[in-house]
Design a protein around this ligand. Structure first.
Ligand code: ARG
Length: 656
């Protein structure tokens, strides 16, 4: 059991004798942020004092008196209004750390309750090339799968590919009308993606054109309202002034927004209308929007020719995506994709209707849910099924196949409404005890603070970004090697290291940001040798490895059999404590599915090692026992780093 759980276990019975709801109180037992406050802090005396009507310090006294911690901690200290600061005994720390030395799992036990968890992640729409936005779901999902597995849970990683949606209507239409046969021969996926983009653009052009007059009328109406309101302002007496000015300001800001939207639309339309070739195409395909929908309907209805095209395109699209997964060392257990569920959708709708969970409204089949104004539509007026229908079928399939304890959806937070509705509807439908969780995340931004795009306005292909990161990593690695008195690597090794460093940098930059925030994609920053980057961690790892290269393998084996740590220097003790926290950090990652808990941990570990290394000579330690203890700390550090990075899906190198 990890230290945090152990402390919570000890406090549990005492707290439950004082309060009804114990778990929020137990959560207030936490690692301290600062050594000043000990190693762990118990902060629940304050809320408990309020509940019991007692001074918190008195509650703290009672807690300390009742909990037996003598084997684990020094005498607990009460600070401020009633904080309890706990400092682990050095002996205890040392004895808890030692088993990790001879254990490949670093002494970390698997979870006592083994859960079955489905993780739905990556899940790109396959007809389009993968772009920078796909990195988030892919690496966050992969990291959660790795951590869950390491802790002994059964994970089913499912790549819920978008392989059946309207985008296929687009490429089928594009293929029929615009294909460049030679280009398709040479690089089918590139050509399909060009077709997709062209058709999408033409569809957007016509849809935009149709919207434009209304947009203009809206603008005129608002302008008129602003003019009227300005007049009212001029005439208003002192008493009313504030109020009418406020509504004028509101109208003005609405006007600005509508103007912005109108201008954006105008320039989007101009991109087509000022391009002779595109505008000619737009003229020749005035009904492209409807035609694309018809293509999709034909495909879904099982039309032979459409299916033949789909069967021709799909493997090529999947191959393309697969290449990226291989580069990034991403593996799924299943990849059913939306098409897999197609046959089941009619039945889902039927069940929703017969059980009274859905009803017809304006021709569509809708599920009305208390917490949302708009219903969840599961069949459109024209008979087409939707994203939500497929997701419902998927849930049922997963329940029947794996009966999981939890289903995690690692998907952009912009889909939170969809998942909110989906989970609510699914619960009413399947009546199973399963935890649904939308593990949402923010947007990847460019340096301008807007969603990452190239200058031409396209989102950037993921593969180009990986190439760029590897190329930059190569420069970093080669520079670093050249600065050594004797460069150590040949070109092949530099290239191999650059791949590990480049891919690691991209993954780490993503994982180290709180998943719910947006973050800026900057390959220079993510490859910095200093700071919270994979590069810094990989470099630190290589540095620890170099100690063992100098000391010899025997020293490592010897260190791994040592049983006691000497922790007299604060830097030694701080490092030891951090090492001991690895297990509880992994549990922490799973509380709210936040990989940045692990990156923060590893970064701090590397920093503490660096302080230790500066103050505590290892190979030149003054006594043998001390040398052995320090070698043992170094061994644990390097193996914890390697294991931790591997749980992030990131590799290490022996030197860089
Ligand atoms: N293909 C979808 C998209 O690109 C994401 C799918 C997420 N998973 C799911 N079961 N809905 O937006």
């Amino acid at each position: 059991m990890n230290t945090l759980s152990l402390l919570r276990d000890r406090f549990g019975p005492v707290l439950s004798s004082l309060a009804d709801e114990v778990s929020p109180l137990l959560e207030m037992i936490r690692p301290s942020q600062d050594v000043k406050f000990g190693d762990y802090q118990v902060n629940c005396a304050m809320p408990l004092g309020k509940q019991l009507g007692l001074p918190p310090r008195e509650v703290a006294e009672r807690l300390i008196a009742a909990v037996d911690l003598a084997d684990v901690c020094e005498k607990p200290q009460i600070a401020g209004p009633g904080f309890i600061n706990l400092r682990l005994k050095d002996d205890w720390l040392s004895s808890r750390l030692a088993p990790g030395l001879s254990d490949a799992r670093l002494g970390i036990e698997t979870s006592p309750t083994r859960k079955v968890v489905v993780i739905d992640y990556s899940s790109p729409n396959v007809a389009k090339p993968m772009h920078v936005g796909h990195i988030r779901s892919t690496v966050i999902g992969d990291c959660l799968a790795r951590v869950l597995r390491f802790l002994g849970h059964q994970v089913i990683g499912d790549n819920h590919l978008g392989d059946w949606g309207t985008q296929f209507g687009m490429i089928i239409y594009g293929y029929k009308h615009f294909v460049d046969a030679d280009a398709y021969q040479q690089n089918p996926v590139m050509e399909l993606s060009r077709l997709y983009q062209r058709v999408n653009r033409l569809c957007e052009f016509h849809a935009g054109n149709a919207r434009f007059p209304e947009q203009n009328r809206k603008l005129d109406r608002l302008q008129q309202q602003v003019d009227d309101q300005s007049q009212i302002c001029l005439e208003a007496d002192a008493k009313q002034k504030k109020k009418v000015e406020k509504s004028l300001r509101k109208l003005q800001s609405q006007l600005t927004q509508v103007k912005k939207d109108r201008d954006a639309l105008r320039s989007q339309l101009a991109q087509v209308s000022t391009d002779p070739k595109l505008s000619k195409l737009a003229e020749e395909h005035p009904k492209i929007g409807e035609a694309v929908l018809e293509e999709t309907v034909r495909l879904h209805a099982g039309d032979e020719h459409s299916l033949a095209l789909w069967n021709e395109f799909l493997p090529k699209c999947r191959q393309e995506i697969q290449r990226i997964y291989e580069r990034l060392d991403i593996h799924f257990d299943v990849e059913y994709g939306e098409s897999f569920y197609h046959q089941q959708l009619a039945n889902v709708v039927k069940q929703f209707l017969t059980s009274g969970l859905a009803r017809e409204s304006e021709g569509a089949i809708c599920v009305f849910l208390e917490d949302w104004d708009a219903p969840m539509i599961i069949r459109k007026k024209d008979g087409a099924f939707l994203y939500a229908t497929t997701d419902l079928a998927t849930i049922r399939y997963r329940m029947e196949t794996w009966n999981p304890d939890a289903m995690l959806y690692v998907v952009d937070h912009r889909q939170s409404e969809h998942f909110g509705k989906l989970f609510t509807a699914a619960r009413k439908w399947i009546h199973e005890d399963v935890q649904f969780c939308h593990v949402g995340f923010g947007t990847v931004l460019g340096r301008d603070g807007r969603p990452y795009r190239t200058r031409s306005g396209d989102t950037v292909g993921l593969e180009n970004l990986l190439d760029e990161a590897v190329a930059k990593a190569h420069t970093v690695v080669a520079d670093n090697d050249q600065r050594k008195p004797e460069p150590e690597m040949d070109e092949e090794e530099r290239m191999q290291v650059a791949r590990v460093v480049g891919h690691g940098a991209i993954k780490y930059a993503d994982l180290s940001h709180n998943r719910t925030s947006d973050y800026e994609f900057d390959t220079d920053k993510m490859l910095a040798l200093e700071g919270n980057t994979a590069t810094y961690l990989q470099y630190s790892y290589a540095r620890v490895q170099s100690i063992f290269r100098r000391a010899g393998m025997d020293a490592r084996r010897e260190a791994q059999t040592s049983r006691v740590f000497e922790l007299s220097h604060p830097a030694e003790r701080a490092l030891a404590l951090q090492l001991l926290r690895f297990g509880e950090t992994l549990e922490e990652v799973l509380v709210d599915y936040r990989p940045n808990q692990l990156t923060d941990y590893l970064f701090k570990l590397a920093q503490l090692f660096s302080v230790f290394f500066e103050h505590c000579p290892v190979l030149k330690a003054e006594r043998d026992a001390l040398r052995e203890s320090r070698l043992a700390l170094s061994d644990l550090t390097s193996r914890t780093m390697k294991q931790g990075l591997s749980l992030l899906g990131i590799g290490v190198v022996e030197r860089m």
